[in-house]
Design a protein around this ligand. Structure first.
Ligand code: MG
Length: 175
């Protein structure tokens, strides 16, 4: 993590593709590969698009992560999880995040800014995976319960990216 802020010029040079690489690295550092999200997307859309492949799912995950608003939500969410693990947040927010309190609600709200980019199919899919916690979401949820670990924002971010990609596929392939 950098210790000084980027100058305006340095920041402007960070185009969306470079930010995409940063997002991919940041997710990886938190244990998430793009393929994990593509698997969720595949399971969500396969019943509606029988010819669907993992390659197509990965392509749409990429598309979602290239969106600026999505990148910003990912950066904010992951940063808050990391700051909570380092105990660098003040109370009562620190305990809310470390305890992943069900009524906190802001993790889901942040994730909505991701699904909003792709319309209502993204929204309904997000509610569905949030409730059932399939695949990597369940893994993150369990890992976040370990002492000192915080995935409060990350599980929603991952569910939202997968759901947004499912929505993007639905709009592209719907018959
Ligand atoms: Mg959460």
């Amino acid at each position: 993590m950098s210790e000084h802020a980027l100058s305006k010029k340095e920041y402007n040079r960070l185009n969306d593709t470079k930010k995409y690489d940063i997002i991919k690295d940041r997710l990886k550092e938190r244990g998430i590969e793009l393929i994990d999200m593509a698997k969720l997307t595949y399971d969500l859309q396969k019943p509606y698009v029988p010819e669907l492949t993992m390659e197509v799912c990965l392509e749409h995950i990429d598309r979602v992560i290239l969106k600026r608003e999505v990148q910003h939500a990912v950066l904010v969410g992951i940063e808050l999880d990391v700051l909570a693990e380092k105990k660098l947040l003040s109370e009562p927010l620190l305990s809310m995040l470390l305890g992943d309190y069900g009524l906190f609600g802001i993790d889901e709200i942040l994730a909505l800014s991701i699904v909003n980019v792709y319309g209502s199919i993204g929204l309904t899919n997000f509610g569905y995976v949030d409730k059932l916690k399939p695949g990597i979401i369940g893994v993150l949820d369990d890992a976040g319960k370990e002492e000192g670990k915080c995935n409060t924002f990350l599980d929603d971010i991952v569910g939202a990216i997968a759901s947004a990609a499912a929505s993007s596929i639905a709009h592209r392939y719907a018959k």
